[in-house]
Write a protein that binds this ligand. Structure first.
Ligand code: FES
Length: 483
């Protein structure tokens, strides 16, 4: 029976073997009264706790999760809890965008001798969960369909890159090509209204290179598979952040990559363009001007202005020029102001927790589990060992439920914490148009707020925040159980 009034709830506790489990034991030996809602999982160290343990518990019926380890500085393995502290803090800031009340998860530090502190922490946390009540089940969430408002002001004029030095770029590629196995760029795809990656190996291939707002693919995705070969890549500003991030993580070698850059004026949201074009037999003409593109399909002209049809990420893009480049052509338009909240994330910010839960449930019911989001992601590099397909450990079942699909998306987003450069390839590749970039954007916001404005992919020499720690964390506050 719970010592708290009312129904016993389901609380999962992950306790480090060396301190907090001992603290709970000390409280028990001292016969300190404790609520009985908690089910303890003993782990070797708080550093062993993957945030997916907590998310799985919360999405599969736990009403609350409590993590407790040794005090910072006292970890049996010296540093495990310092790393854990950063991961757990980011997870706590991530939960609200999922529609999960962040008060359902707490982490704390309790030593083996602190039986009283354990009693206080577990009692206060259980009270907190009882006040919140039983957690809503994801599968029972209501239907909620809402679409982000894309009417935003960009940080710089968006355009179609009509004055880009394409001829100079082609010349530079032809000059470098003899030293390289391949140069990756863009070419016209199955029709003039779409582009596709181009792998240039011979000078005649370079003629197929195109530049403009239809060049939506982030070509950095292909770089890891060329590791060990000499390869060139044409980048937009956002793509160059992915190249920098791959260098930072040692996934490619700087000496093997030649980066060609041109200033980006924005890319088009192909999902909305395809929707506007509808079913067509033939593209008759694609005409560009400074402000947009006119596409004539089956004799009917469609006008797409950049300020209305750019990808959401372009409105808040502060890197129109490449972060790093070996051959740099043209000058990017200066950025004015600070980036606004991206439209998809702004939509979620405007919702209540229960609305976000309903929103994601409605979206995840549409997911067909094709993993295009993962495959298009330049930072998703452990594909053969992906948690989505692993049978050992078997974290995800193949069930076609919204919960399992949402769990995959949350894991994917967490694996990108401090790594996602916001290129939006996950969302662009999604065949059913689920706005999953918002999950990565919330993680990026939490990382920036917690780690002094850190932005992934800006400096190849920087240590990603979740791969390091500081003994004193300026923006991470320890939970005060006396409040
Ligand atoms: Fe307790 Fe690492 S051993 S947190």
């Amino acid at each position: 029976m719970s010592v708290l009034a009312g129904k016993e709830l389901r609380i999962v506790g992950f306790l480090c073997n060396w301190c907090s489990y001992g603290g709970a034991d000390t409280a028990g030996v001292a016969r300190a009264t404790q609520p009985t809602d908690l089910r303890i999982v003993r782990v070797p160290c708080s550093g062993r706790i993957d945030p997916l343990f907590i998310l799985r518990a919360l999405l599969h019926g736990a009403d609350g999760v409590l993590v407790s380890g040794c005090h910072p500085g006292d970890c049996h393995y010296a540093e495990g809890n310092y790393y854990a502290r950063r991961r757990l803090e980011i997870l706590k800031q991530f939960l609200p965008v999922l529609g999960i009340d962040p008060r359902r998860f707490e982490y704390t530090w309790i030593s083996a001798s602190e039986g009283q502190r354990w009693q206080l922490a577990v009692t206060k946390f259980t009270q907190q969960i009882h006040e919140l009540g039983a957690a809503p089940a994801f599968e029972n969430a209501e239907k909620l369909i809402q679409i982000a408002d894309m009417a935003l002001t960009a940080l710089r004029p968006l355009g179609t890159g009509q004055h880009a030095a394409l001829a100079d770029l082609k010349k530079a590629i032809v000059e470098k090509l003899p030293e390289l196995d391949c140069v990756i760029g863009w070419q016209q795809s199955y029709d003039a209204a779409h582009s596709a990656p181009l792998f240039m190996r011979k000078p005649e291939d370079v003629e197929k290179l195109v530049w403009g707002p239809l060049n939506v693919n982030n070509l950095a995705t292909y770089l890891p598979q060329y590791k060990g070969k000499k390869v060139g890549i044409v980048v937009k500003g956002c793509d160059s952040r992915s190249v920098t991030q791959l260098l930072q993580e040692g996934l490619i070698n700087r000496d093997d990559v030649v980066v060609f850059s041109m200033p980006c004026e924005g890319t088009l949201d192909m999902a909305r363009i395809n929707q506007a074009l509808g079913a067509y037999q033939h593209i008759d003409k694609v005409a560009y001007d400074e402000a947009g593109v006119s596409i004539t399909a089956d004799g009917k002209e469609h006008r797409f202005c950049m300020v209305e049809y750019a990808q959401g990420k372009c409105y808040s893009c502060a890197t129109p020029g490449a972060v790093l480049a070996d051959v740099r052509l043209g000058t990017p338009t200066p950025v004015t102001g600070t980036p606004a909240t991206p439209p998809e994330l702004a939509l979620l910010d405007s919702m209540s927790l229960s609305e976000r839960f309903a929103f994601w449930h409605t979206q995840m019911e549409r997911c067909i589990r094709c993993y295009a989001c993962r495959n298009a992601c330049p930072m998703c590099v452990c594909r053969d060992y992906c948690v989505a397909e692993s049978r050992d450990p078997h974290w995800l079942t193949q069930e076609d439920t919204a919960t399992e699909k949402f769990f995959f998306q949350t894991i994917h987003a967490l694996h990108l914490a401090g790594r996602c450069t916001g290129c939006g390839e996950c969302q662009r590749a999604c065949p059913v148009g689920i706005p999953i970039l918002a999950l990565r954007q919330q993680i990026a916001r939490a990382v920036a707020q917690t780690f002094e404005g850190y932005r992934p992919g800006m400096n190849a020499k920087a240590t990603p925040p979740l791969m390091g720690f500081t003994v004193e964390e300026n923006n991470i506050k320890e939970k005060d159980w006396n409040k």
